[in-house]
Design a protein. Structure first.
Length: 177
């Protein structure tokens, strides 16, 4: 996921609330894909292995090969009565809201990893990780070089030669020096 933040948020750090769509297990069937009160049956074509083996005898020898079962598509289970909510897939898309802490000093291109906030794993596996790529919007006055901030300040020749009290802009306000 891409996250755009302001220059100030990148410098000082912030906490963001993200809204995202992710695939989760269906609540109605518990991720099985079968209607409530029923359960998936073992595939009779592959006997639950998810693979079909074929053997060919040739003059050069015996060749064995295995491929994904065409009946159950490799799951080893057949759903006779699919769940009405997820249409037998066992997964549904849901809107989620998560809070993410953006550390101070982050720069464009940095990736944040949020454990177990990705999509649900298949066949009962744990949820994956969510990766957030940060993009920092440019600032009108300041430029960044690593952890150093740069700002152009106009001075006339008299101020530069004799010295003067001027206002120096900062991200949090100004200072007179």
């Amino acid at each position: 996921m891409r996250l755009d933040i302001t220059f100030e948020e990148a410098v000082f750090g912030t906490e963001k609330e993200l809204h995202l769509m992710r695939v989760e297990n269906c609540d109605k069937c518990g991720g099985s894909g079968a209607e409530a009160g029923t359960s998936p049956k073992t595939c009779g074509h592959c006997q639950g292995s998810g693979q079909v083996r074929s053997i060919q005898n040739t003059p050069f020898g015996r060749f064995e090969s295995s491929r994904t079962c065409p009946q159950c598509e490799g799951t080893g289970k057949i759903i006779e009565k699919p769940c009405s909510a997820c249409k037998g897939r066992g997964k549904v898309k849901r809107k989620r809201t998560i809070n993410v802490r953006i550390p101070a000093g982050i720069d464009t291109g940095a990736r944040l990893r949020i454990q177990a906030e990705g999509e649900e794993g298949s066949l009962g596996g744990p949820p994956g990780d969510l990766f957030i790529v940060v993009v920092v919007k440019p600032h009108a006055r300041f430029k960044r070089d690593g952890y150093t901030l740069w700002c152009d300040l106009d001075l006339n020749i008299v101020q530069a030669a004799l010295g003067a009290e001027i206002e120096i802009p900062l991200l949090g306000g100004t200072v007179t020096s």
